[in-house]
Structures are given as structure tokens and as C-alpha cells.
Design a protein around this ligand. Structure first.
Ligand SMILES: [Zn+2]
Length: 546
């Protein structure tokens, strides 16, 4: 995997990649080159975007040069004067008093739309510049205001610490200068085309742009690097779906209420049969666990949970925040992988210069990538448009026993018979799998056993069985299992739930199941607990060599 190389080039060599920057073009070229090198046909889809660049800037008094940064889409300004403290609550009170003044707002304005609006009002009142305090102590968010519709106002942001220094000097004359240029240009979504056997399409994407002045390591060079390496990983994996690997442009603009690249892609492709959208955005800081947020499909969420739970990656309910939003709002199942959450956001300041390679845990990204790649490969190899009810659950027939025997001999490696053979050698001149099959076969052949198989595309993927005691009203789950190639797709849980339903229908009041406490039985225990079973009684098997 070349994750580290991509990160290094995107963050250190290229750096900031906001709409209109030199880095934006360099990143587009780099990503296109990488996709091509892997062997993909690459399509670049352009869209018109509000772009911006900046030159010199400063904020100073006679004695002090304050650390600062122009906000995204700031206009040019060069003004000397005293600062006017604005209370945004009473903004209309300043009407007629702000001509070419430098305004400063110390209040935190949580919502960017609100901040954009306030900036526009101040501009309409004739103000020349606005200084706005970012919510961070030691650094600033460079897109805390991002309003391309400002015609004249210069907007600067500072950290809270700098704001304290400004307050100390508030009586002095300040000099603010920004060279900022708004213009319209073309941005691009860079798409690697994977041709499957069907037109049904999967969209997998990550945005490559950044907030101005930021290397955008976490947000989102990591996502782009994972995207490129996933494209490499899946290249020869014989996926039947067609896949668009999309490096999205313009996500950070946000003026549409959506990531711009995701929005434009969706508008162009919405007539196609898109089954699923997968998004990588902000993954891989030292703190925090990667989660995936799944929208519009409990079925896919269930499958992902089954595949991912053993790796400590949770499949949770949809969260908005990246290029997946537009797909979700149009009813398309979608997954967002990220470790950006309440915990990490308190320590890692997104959209600030602190978002550089120093905060990235390369080992974590390497590890999580393998898990994600494997999970997505599994997911894409099954019928993801299939509803769980469409799995066939039917009575076991005599002819099915041959297939069941194969399953049993493949999977029962965690049982007593194998352990016995490992400890004492061959038992009764038969290997352990023969003994397991003998027990299972006898149980299944008994006329009191109720037994079923689960089929996918007419092929047996798993089996299950149970018995009932009509007097005690207790149903006991018997042997059950799933072929390894179908494991982790929720079939085991599906079977148990079916059995529990049937037991209930037959008037059972209690369900029981016996399983092992050893490590090999962990998946089984997890499955039973998921179906609602609680631990009831532990027993132990002693043996002794005679
Ligand atoms: Zn992002």
C-alpha cells in the first residue's frame, strides 16, 4: 500500500488545495495519474465553482504583528483605524456608522450560514473589514466565514488567544491588509471507471480539496489516499457491479448545503442505477475509533455490523457531514467512514493549519484500510440490493445432508471432538470431523428435530435445527452453521431469529441454547447474544487420561 506516499505528496509537497488554488490543480493531476497508473480509464467531469486566492495579509498595530489568516472568499482591503466591536445580536444598531471601518466580533457564531449573513450585513453597512474569532485557542478555522457573494469586505480570522491580545490593545490603531481575489473557475471530479458485469453502480468517493491555508491531512488527504489504494485493491477482484471511484472537488465550499463535488456528480448521474455510495472523509488521527455511518439501508448496516464488529468498527445510523449527504437525501444507501466525532473534534482542529501530517497515525490508517477493503469486497460480492427476507429459508430435505456434511466438516474446528483428537490422538480410529458429523447427522435424522436450510441463489449457505418440549414449553436450538464463504453476512443471526419465531408460534415460552466458552465459540456466543439470549448456566467438561 502506498498510503504514506500519497499523504506525503498531498500534504507536504502540494499542501492547501482549496477551490482556485495551485494545489487544487496539482492534486487533480496527481490523483488522475495514480488512477491511470493502476490501470483505470479516468474521466474528469468539470463544474463551475466559486474560487479564490490570496496574497499578502497582516493585522498589526505599531508594535505588534498578530497571527491571523484571511477567511475563504475574503476580498482585498488595506485599512488603518480603530476597531469597532460588533455585538451581532444588535447588528442593526450599527447601520450608518461603519463606513470603511474595521469591525471585530468576539462572540462565537456557531453556524457558518449565520456568520456569512452577518458578514454580508456589515458589508451592506459599508464596513471595510471584519475580524472574526475562531472557536480555537491557538489556531483558527480558515472557513469560519466563507461567503463568495461578498463584493468588498475583507474578512480575517484569529485564534482566541490572539483575540485576548487584541483586546489588550483595543485602544490602539490597527492596520489590516488582505490581498484576496474572488473568481469563477472550473473544478473537477476525477473518476476512475471500474467496469463490472452490470450497469448497477457503486459510487466510492473522497474529496481532495481543503480549507485554505491547511494541508488537510485528516480532512481529507487520508480519505483520498484510501480511495486510491482501494481502487488498486479492487482492480482485479472480479466485482460484478460497476464502480465509480470519485475524487470529489469543492467539498469544503459548502455553499449548496452539500459538498459541491458530490452534489455535481449526483446531478450528472442521478438517472443511473446507483445502488450504494461509500464516502471516506477525515480518518486516521491518533485518538478515536473509526466508525461507519450508514444511511437508507438497515440491511447494509446489518451486514456491515456483522463483518466489522470483531474489528471494533461500529456501523451506526446516518450522520450528515460529507459528500454522502446528497445521496442520502435522494434515498440512496450510503456509508461514511470517519473517526471525526465529538471526541476527536475537541483535540484536532479541523479546517485549521493544525490539520497536517503531525496528527496522522499512519499505522492506524494502514490497519483500518485493510479492514475497510476486506469489508467492502465482501459487501460488493453479495447481492447488496437483496432484502434479507429474500434469503430462502426452507425445510431441510434428505438430499441436503451431503451439503450439510461439507459445512459441518469445514467449520466445526472449535468443538470438543477436535480438541479431544489434539489432546489424546486419533479417537476410535476416526478423525474428529467424522465424529462431529456422526453427532450432527444423528441429531438431524431424529424425527423430533426440526431442521431448515438457508439458500442464496438456490445454493445452501447455512443450516439450523431445534427441538421443542411441549410440556415444559422450552425450545432448544440445535446444531446450526454457515458456510465460511457466507460468514459475516448476518445469515447465522437470520437463522436463529427464524427459529425463535417458529418456536414462539408453537407455543414455546423459553428458548435455550448450549454453546462453548472457548475462543472458537466467540462468534457463536456473539450471535446468540445478538438474538437476545442471556448467560444462564456454566458447565465444564473434565477429562483424564487412564
Ligand atoms: Zn472533509
Amino acid at each position: 500500500m502506498e498510503l504514506k506516499k500519497h499523504l506525503d505528496i498531498l500534504c507536504n509537497k502540494i499542501g492547501e488545495r482549496h477551490l482556485g488554488s495551485k494545489g487544487e490543480k496539482e492534486a487533480q493531476n496527481y490523483i488522475e495519474e495514480q488512477f491511470k497508473e493502476i490501470g483505470y480509464e479516468v474521466v474528469k467531469e468539470n463544474f463551475t465553482a466559486p474560487s479564490w486566492n490570496y496574497g499578502k495579509y497582516f493585522l498589526k498595530t505599531e508594535d505588534i504583528d498578530f497571527p491571523c489568516f484571511p477567511c475563504f472568499y475574503s476580498n482585498s482591503c488595506d485599512i488603518k483605524g480603530q476597531l469597532v466591536i460588533i455585538n451581532p445580536k444588535y447588528i442593526e444598531n450599527y447601520k450608518g456608522e461603519l463606513k470603511d471601518k474595521i469591525c471585530i466580533i468576539f462572540e462565537e457564531i456557531g453556524d457558518v450560514n449565520q456568520a456569512n449573513k452577518i458578514a454580508k450585513i456589515l458589508e451592506d453597512y459599508g464596513a471595510g473589514a471584519l475580524i472574526i474569532v475562531s472557536p480555537y485557542e491557538n489556531t483558527y478555522s480558515t472557513k469560519i466565514v466563507r461567503n463568495p457573494y461578498l463584493k468588498k469586505l475583507g474578512v480575517m480570522t484569529v485564534s482566541k488567544n490572539t483575540a485576548r491580545e487584541i483586546i489588550k490593545n483595543i485602544k490602539n490603531v490597527f492596520h489590516i491588509k488582505i490581498e484576496g481575489k474572488n473568481f469563477v473557475s472550473k473544478s473537477y471530479n476525477i473518476i476512475a471507471k471500474y467496469k463490472g458485469k452490470t450497469d448497477k453502480k457503486i459510487v466510492i468517493g473522497a474529496h481532495y480539496d481543503t480549507s485554505p491555508g491547511c494541508a488537510g491531512a485528516w480532512d481529507n488527504a487520508t480519505g483520498v489516499s484510501i480511495l486510491i489504494e482501494l481502487a488498486r485493491y479492487l482492480k482485479d477482484k472480479n466485482i460484478k457491479y460497476s464502480i465509480d471511484f470519485v475524487a470529489f472537488g469543492g467539498e469544503e465550499y459548502g455553499g449548496l448545503g452539500y459538498g459541491m463535488g458530490g452534489y455535481k456528480y449526483f446531478k450528472m448521474h442521478k438517472e443511473e442505477n446507483i445502488l450504494l455510495m461509500v464516502c471516506f472523509d477525515s480518518i486516521g488521527v491518533y485518538l478515536g475509533e473509526v466508525s461507519c455511518y450508514v444511511g437508507k439501508s438497515n440491511y447494509i448496516k446489518g451486514i456491515l455490523n456483522d463483518i466489522l464488529c470483531k474489528f471494533n468498527v461500529d456501523a451506526k445510523d446516518y450522520k450528515m457531514g460529507s459528500d454522502n449527504n446528497i445521496f442520502n437525501d435522494n434515498g440512496i444507501p450510503n456509508i461514511w467512514f470517519t473517526d471525526w466525532d465529538e471526541k476527536t473534534s475537541k483535540y484536532y482542529y479541523i479546517h485549521s493549519p493544525f490539520d497536517n501530517l503531525d496528527i496522522i497515525d499512519i499505522e492506524k490508517i494502514n490497519g483500518i484500510s485493510k479492514i475497510i477493503f476486506d469489508a467492502l469486497e465482501k459487501l460488493l460480492k453479495i447481492e447488496i440490493e437483496r432484502k434479507k427476507q429474500e434469503l430462502e429459508f426452507v425445510r431441510m430435505r434428505k438430499e441436503d445432508l451431503k451439503e450439510i456434511e461439507k459445512i459441518v466438516k469445514k467449520i466445526w474446528t472449535m468443538g470438543v471432538d477436535k480438541l479431544r483428537e489434539e489432546t489424546y490422538g486419533l479417537i476410535g480410529n476416526k478423525s474428529w470431523d467424522e465424529w462431529v458429523w456422526k453427532s450432527v447427522k444423528e441429531y438431524l435424522k431424529d424425527r423430533n428435530t426440526k431442521k431448515f436450510v438457508t439458500k442464496i441463489n438456490g445454493k445452501i449457505a447455512g443450516f439450523c435445527s431445534y427441538r421443542i418440549d411441549r410440556i415444559k414449553k422450552i425450545g432448544t436450538v440445535g446444531y446450526n452453521g454457515v458456510l465460511p464463504e457466507y460468514s459475516g453476512m448476518g445469515i447465522g443471526t437470520f437463522q436463529i431469529n427464524k427459529i425463535l419465531e417458529l418456536m414462539k408460534k408453537e407455543g414455546m415460552e423459553i428458548a435455550e441454547v448450549l454453546t462453548g466458552l472457548n475462543e472458537g465459540h466467540t462468534p457463536a456466543r456473539r450471535m446468540y447474544e445478538k438474538a437476545g439470549f442471556k448467560e444462564f448456566f456454566k458447565s465444564v467438561l473434565y477429562t483424564k487420561k487412564l
